[in-house]
Write a protein that binds this ligand. Sequence first.
Ligand code: FAD
Length: 501
Amino acid sequence: MLTPRQAQWARLKSTSFDILILGGGISGACLFHHLSAAGYRVLLVDKGDFACATSQSSAMMIWGGLLYLKDLRFPTVWRLCGSRDRLVREKANWVRPQQFRYLVSHNGHRGDLLMSTALHGYWVMGRCRGARPKRSTDFPETSFLKDQVFANSFLYEEAVVDTSDSRFALRWILEGQTDNAVALNYCSPLEASFEKHTQQWRVVLQDQLAEQRKSEVRAGVIVNCTGPWTDQINTQFGFQTPFKHVFSKGVFIGLPRFPNHELPLTMDVGDAGDCMSLTPWGPISLWGPTESSVTGLTDASSIKPADISYLLKELNRFLTEPKSVDDIVSVRNGVRALVVNTNTKANDSTLGLSRKFEVYSDTERPWISVYGGKLTGCVRLAQIATAKIRQIIGARSKPRRSSAVEQVGFEKTTYPGLSISVPTLRWCVNRELCCTLEDYLRRRTNISQWIPRGGLGRNNENRIYLTKISEKLPSAGHSAEEAVRLYESRVIDTDNVIASC
Ligand SMILES: Cc1cc2nc3c(=O)[nH]c(=O)nc-3n(C[C@H](O)[C@H](O)[C@H](O)COP(=O)(O)OP(=O)(O)OC[C@H]3O[C@@H](n4cnc5c(N)ncnc54)[C@H](O)[C@@H]3O)c2cc1C
């Protein structure tokens, strides 16, 4: 019998698509959903798992861009506030309003009056929706914070994704799947040529899990949503645009959740006017992110001991009982792909760079490149890209919605050391195109972020359990034991970085 993913592959042979989307992070995922709802035949492919890159490493905030007020980027904040409130309204099961607490420190960059004015201005720019910001001095988190560090605190309202950022992206994909909308992970384009006489792209796709498996598809438009790889893919297929990405690295550490840690806390850090958040997330408190400008993707993708040391140093300034590397439960690293004009010179700091997005349509061939983007602005980005596609290939009549994957609860199980239930591996393989152990532990569940050492446990105590459940994985040519060994080797790489701090 075919696995669900093999069944998706089989569908490629019989269908020609209006649009091929490259990249299943939040930008590609939300666009896939919108195009599917607009009646287009659409194929989304990701060379890895869906949301396996930046979209699994964010701060998970659906926010109006409070920090951008310091650079007076009012239009950006106005638009982001609108996008945030729209997601809260229209995707209430995926995004929920969340109170944040901004801590004003005695020797921070921003004083009491400035913060009060900024937060009220921010609230007004959010069309006065949500709770009005208010000052509050007595709060539960003071139990683990040094009281002499903070002068005051303000409560203000943002929103956060439910469960995780990777599941937020996955939900757009799963809900967007129909008979005419197919999504495939571990699949990437090998060759693409545009035939002028048919006005169609002919694309050879390769299965990254079975090298021999290739398939040829046809599509009217290709959309490059590969985030940090956008420039690389454009170069591979011979496209130039007026934009490029510069990269900045954002690292977080997860620590056992502090007692009484109820709300995300935002605090001033460093000397450059940056902020970090301490966010309660399941059994951990997530601290970060850093913001360091990097030269290339390889540099951006690797976590360095200095990143972790910096995070611990900044956090310990605020804590009554300092934390050490031995306390770390998990580490996550994201690459911010920030859009700039191609002639922009390299800059030491990326903090002041714009966080807007660009959707650029090639003038000669039907190829669209997406630059920048945030979880928060995903719907606006999808709408703009859909409008450009409509200009190229026209509109389609809207289908009656018939989601191939019903999003009604999931088969639940427990995991050693976790009090929150998670979907079973079997459910994720059969219903959510989960292919590897990492897909399951990192993106279908948050186990690898919540249980030490990627879910293996501090002393490898969960290894046997993992080997047992791995028997339910599609084999991909290796045994359950090999799947665990492969996963474990990556965990050991992170162990080594932490150990060398
Ligand atoms: C530290 C950090 C914190 C952040 N916090 C927030 C936040 O709180 N709120 C917010 O709104 N935004 C936040 N962001 C921004 C947000 O996370 C990103 O802008 C967003 O996730 C980018 O999504 P994307 O789809 O463009 O790129 P990605 O998520 O990187 O997706 C690109 C996809 O393309 C795939 N791909 C690459 N090459 C190919 C190929 N050849 N063929 C097919 N597929 C390919 C990759 O596998 C990947 O899945 C944060 C970012 C960082 C780094």
